[in-house]
Structures are given as structure tokens and as C-alpha cells.
Design a protein around this ligand. Structure first.
Ligand code: GLU
Length: 547
């Protein structure tokens, strides 16, 4: 019995059998096969959606395949429920996977299993083959031995790591290996690197271009003592068998690239094209930093649902980070889906995109502005059901009234209202329509009182009031009031001669806006009056004397 049989006493498929089971994909020229390969170690980071979006678009716009692989070989770091969050987040954001796991975690696709922990025998078959061909070896180094090695290397100024002459078990005699195995000493399997640190290699990255590296000479662990492979080894086997043509992943992996390329070569596989993308960053004072799981709520994908951004707004925002020409394209293709936009890898910023809420809000406002009343109503209602019980109750009890409120400056409006960026903004936009939630703050009272003749203005308007006035009819009444009470027609006229007037027409309108809405800014007042109805508006106007 060879020592290799002692390492793998149970029967394993041969490498040829596995290769036959997962044949090369038959795809048209140019079709890209991409994947997302998250480790289930916590919540879904917005950067994960960002990377998935790039991979999904590149695959699907080329007629290729986009798949999901769960990289769960590091069992210590695994967090319960994380896989479910990954599957549902991808589905929620319409990042349709062709293979892997659907929203409910059901496995789909011909290259299954797509969960690395279920591919143990596949990896072991390749590791066995590596042992047989002299490209790997068992290593019995204990933690203490490795620690001692590190200290010796440090003291002598040598480069740290398990390589070359430092790799004690690299050429360990077979009898001794057998002895240790027989004694049940724990071991890992290491890759026997044939690289030399002094050799320089050039690797082409899809975004960063040609990068120079020293060759990898580290004998990295490819199988841990629990029999599971490390990420480095597992992804090489998987991307080979699953036919990945393009790997687009975070640039924290760039330093592992020489090893990965070397592993592909030594195993006789064709390496995919690698592109390393910088993480999404944000400004912190004067400097940039990565969006952090710990400090930034917006790093967690669930944040966007919670505050109520339409998911398509988040995706369009991310696309705008991916390719800054997306915005122009969108302006010229207003009715098209973002899926018609051709994503281009070389338009990505190599230094990384900056997260910007103002931009996200603007994109979201545009999207919400284009929704019909029914669409906004349904979206807000569904959002409130999960996130805002008060709003949900209010909408349930007054659905027609709330629809009318949401239709203000919406249906058919030339310039649809753009004051809602997220569904959590809606409460503040509709509460003042309800008497029990309406109040005029002291600050607003002071604003109101700062307008000269405000009581007379209101008293004069009340008999003229008609809730069915069009915007023009209503504004004509404002102009008449301005005229009668000596307010200038516009700001310019007033500024030219401030002493001659009591103010300008905007002050006149402000009086009514504050009395009716409690705010100095609101959508069109004529429409608001119409939706509120005569009785409610007049009763609000009549409070003017008590202020
Ligand atoms: N499992 C790795 C990660 O979560 C995947 C890296 C890759 O895409 O190759 O970062």
C-alpha cells in the first residue's frame, strides 16, 4: 500500500472520470462564463452585489452563463443563514443565475454540486493525482514548528513562508511519511511549487493591464487537515470543471494571482481571464476608505430594502459606478431597461468607485418619478407592511386618499415630482394631509408672521377659494392678491425697490403653503387643495387668526 493510499484509503473517482462527467461547455464564440463565488461568512455586502452585477451583465450580454458557487470550505468562518441571504439577495436584485442556487436555495445546473463542501471527493481525486505526479506532498509541520520557522526567518532576514530550503517536508523520505501516517500524526497537503522567486512573470489583468510579479515559490496548503481543500486549490478545480472563462473578483486576490496561474498550469488546465476590481469606497474626512461592514450601514444590502430604495435604483446606481457613461446612455434611452446598456470592463475605474448618497438619491428620485400612482402606492404599501406599521395602517384605512396624494404632480405632469428618493420619505410627504398629524411648528408660525398683512391676505382669499381651480386659475388669484396688497410680481421687481412693496408674490404663496401644509416647500398647492378638499383647506385657512 503506497503512502498515497494511506492518505486516501477510501475509493475516489479518477481524474479522467471526473473530466468526463463535467464536459467542456458548448457555447458560441465570445460567450463568457462568469461566476460569483461568495463565502457564506456574514451578510451580503453591497460590494458583492456590485461584483455580481458586473459578472452577470458580462455573461448575459455575451450570450454566456452566469453561475453561483458557494465557497464554504472554511467551516470555521461559516455563518448560519448566510447562504440563504446570498441566494435571496441575488434573486431580489434580479441577478439571474443560470446555475447554482435559486432564491430558495434549490440547486440548479449541470455542473453540480455548486457548494464546495459537497465537492470533497472531486478535490481529493485531483489532490491524489497531484501526489501521484509529484506535484504535492504531505506536510506534518505542527503549529509550533511553523512558528519557530517564522522566527528563524525573521531573525535571519529571510522572506517568510514555507518554500525551498525552509520546506522541511518537501522531500521527506517515503518511509518516514508512512511512519507518521501510521502513527496518526495530523497532516496537510502542500503544493510542491516549481517556481523561483527570482524569476519575474507578467500577468495580464482585465483592468489593470500587465502586472509584474515574482514567480510563486511557496508550497501553499492545498488540503487542510480536515480533508477539505483551501480556496486557492478549490477554485482552480472548480473554475476548470465549470468552464469559467472570466473571473472578475475583488482586488484583495491580486497577490494570489501568480499562485493561481501556476496551479492552473501545473494541473494542465487553461486559466480563465482574470480581472481584479477595486472595492467600493467612501470619503472619510479627506481620505478614502473601503465601505466597512462594521461602520457603514450602507455596506449591508439589507439596508437598501429597509429604507426603501427601489431595487432597480440600487442597480442603476451601481451600474453608474461600474461605467460612468451609464448616466448619459440612460438619458438617451429613457424607456430602455438597464439590461440593454453594454457594460464594458475597461471603462471601470481601476482605483475604485466612491459611494455617494446624493447620486443614489437622484437616480432613485428619477425612477420613482416615472412610476405611475398605482406603482408607487403598491411599492410604498409593501414596504410599509414590513418596515413602518403606522404608515401601513394609515394607507390601509385611507387608500383612496393616499393614492390621490401620491398622484399629485405625477400622472401626466410635465415635470413629475422628484421629492421621493426612498419609500421612507413618503410618510413626511403625506402626513400633513391628515388633520391628526398636521401641525404648524413655531418656526413655521414665525415664518408666516414675517409676511406683512398675512391675516388680510387669507381673509380675502377665503371667499375666492375653489378647490377645483387649475394651477393657472389658482395662480391668477395669488397674483390678484399680490397686486391688491402691494406685493411685487416677482423677486426682481421687489429687490429693485424693496421699500415700495410689502414683499413679493412668493411671500403671498408662502402664507398659504404654511397654513395648508405646515411647510415652506411642497408640491403644487392647487393640486394639494384639490386633493384635501374644500372643508379641510378652509378649516386650516381659518386658523390664521389663532396663530
Ligand atoms: N470565495 C472568495 C471570496 O469570497 C471568492 C474569490 C473569487 O471570486 O475567486 O472572496
Amino acid at each position: 500500500m503506497s503512502y498515497i493510499d494511506k492518505i486516501f484509503p477510501n475509493p475516489l473517482p479518477t481524474v479522467d472520470e471526473i473530466e468526463a462527467k463535467y464536459p467542456r461547455r458548448n457555447l458560441p464564440d465570445g460567450a463568457k462564463v462568469t461566476r460569483v463565488a461568495p463565502s457564506p461568512t456574514g451578510f451580503m455586502h453591497i460590494g458583492g452585489i456590485y461584483a455580481a452585477l458586473i459578472n452577470e451583465r458580462l455573461a448575459h450580454q455575451s450570450g454566456g452563463v452566469f453561475f453561483l458557487r458557494i465557497e464554504d470550505t472554511d467551516t470555521k468562518r461559516e455563518v448560519e443563514g448566510a447562504t440563504e441571504v446570498i441566494c435571496s439577495s441575488l434573486a431580489d436584485y434580479d441577478l439571474n443565475i443560470d446555475e447554482g442556487f435559486d432564491r430558495n436555495g434549490n440547486e440548479i445546473g449541470a455542473y453540480a454540486p455548486y457548494r464546495q463542501s459537497e465537492r470533497k471527493t472531486i478535490y481529493q481525486a485531483y489532490i491524489k493525482h497531484m501526489l501521484e505526479t509529484g506535484k504535492a506532498y504531505p506536510c506534518f509541520a505542527t503549529q509550533e514548528e511553523l512558528e519557530a520557522l517564522r522566527k528563524t526567518q525573521e531573525a535571519s532576514g529571510a522572506r517568510p513562508g514555507y518554500y525551498g530550503r525552509w520546506a522541511k517536508y518537501r522531500d521527506y523520505p517515503v518511509e518516514k511519511i508512512e511512519e507518521k501516517l501510521d502513527a496518526g500524526i495530523p497532516f496537510v497537503i502542500r503544493f510542491k511549487s516549481n517556481g523561483s522567486y527570482n524569476n519575474k512573470i507578467v500577468i495580464q489583468d482585465g483592468l489593470k493591464g500587465k502586472i509584474n510579479f515574482p514567480e510563486n515559490d511557496l508550497d501553499v496548503v492545498i488540503m487542510k487537515s480536515d480533508g477539505l481543500p483551501t480556496y486557492h486549490f478549490a477554485h482552480v478545480v472548480d473554475d476548470h470543471l465549470m468552464g469559467t472563462t472570466h473571473v472578475i473578483r475583488g482586488d484583495e486576490w491580486i497577490s494570489s494571482l501568480p499562485l493561481h496561474i501556476q496551479l492552473f498550469k501545473e494541473m494542465g488546465f487553461k486559466a480563465p481571464k482574470y480581472t481584479h476590481i477595486a472595492p467600493i469606497q467612501k470619503m472619510d474626512g479627506d481620505s478614502r476608505r473601503k465601505l466597512s461592514k462594521r461602520h457603514d450601514p450602507e455596506a449591508d444590502v439589507r439596508f437598501y430594502d429597509k429604507v426603501g430604495y427601489p431595487r432597480v435604483a440600487v442597480i442603476e446606481y451601481l451600474l453608474n459606478l461600474v461605467n460612468s457613461n451609464f448616466e448619459d446612455w440612460k438619458r438617451n434611452n429613457q424607456t430602455k431597461s438597464y439590461k440593454d446598456f453594454p457594460v464594458s470592463l475597461n471603462k471601470l475605474s481601476p482605483s475604485g468607485a466612491l459611494f455617494d448618497f446624493v447620486k443614489l438619491n437622484n437616480i432613485s428620485k428619477e425612477i420613482i418619478a416615472k412610476m405611475t400612482t398605482e406603482e408607487v402606492y403598491d411599492a410604498v404599501y409593501n414596504w410599509a407592511e414590513k418596515n413602518d406599521a403606522n404608515l401601513h395602517n394609515l394607507m390601509t384605512a385611507n387608500s383612496d386618499y393616499v393614492k390621490a396624494i401620491l398622484s399629485i404632480e405625477r400622472t401626466g405632469a410635465k415635470n413629475a415630482r422628484k421629492d421621493i428618493a426612498k419609500y421612507s420619505d413618503v410618510s413626511a410627504e403625506i402626513e400633513y394631509f391628515f388633520d391628526d398629524k398636521f401641525a404648524i411648528s413655531d418656526e413655521m408660525k414665525a415664518e408666516l408672521k414675517s409676511v406683512k398683512k398675512y391675516v388680510e391676505l387669507v381673509d380675502t382669499y377665503i371667499p375666492m377659494f375653489n378647490e377645483n381651480d387649475t394651477k393657472d386659475e389658482w395662480f391668477a388669484k395669488m397674483q390678484k392678491l399680490a397686486d391688491d396688497f402691494n406685493f411685487a410680481k416677482n423677486g426682481k421687481e421687489y429687490k429693485a425697490n424693496p421699500d415700495a412693496f410689502n414683499g413679493d408674490i412668493s411671500s403671498v404663496v408662502k402664507v398659504f403653503r404654511i397654513l395648508i401644509t405646515g411647510k415652506t416647500q411642497s408640491p403644487d398647492l392647487s393640486e394639494i387643495q384639490h386633493v384635501m378638499g374644500k372643508e379641510r383647506v378652509l378649516s386650516r385657512l381659518n386658523t390664521v387668526k389663532n396663530i
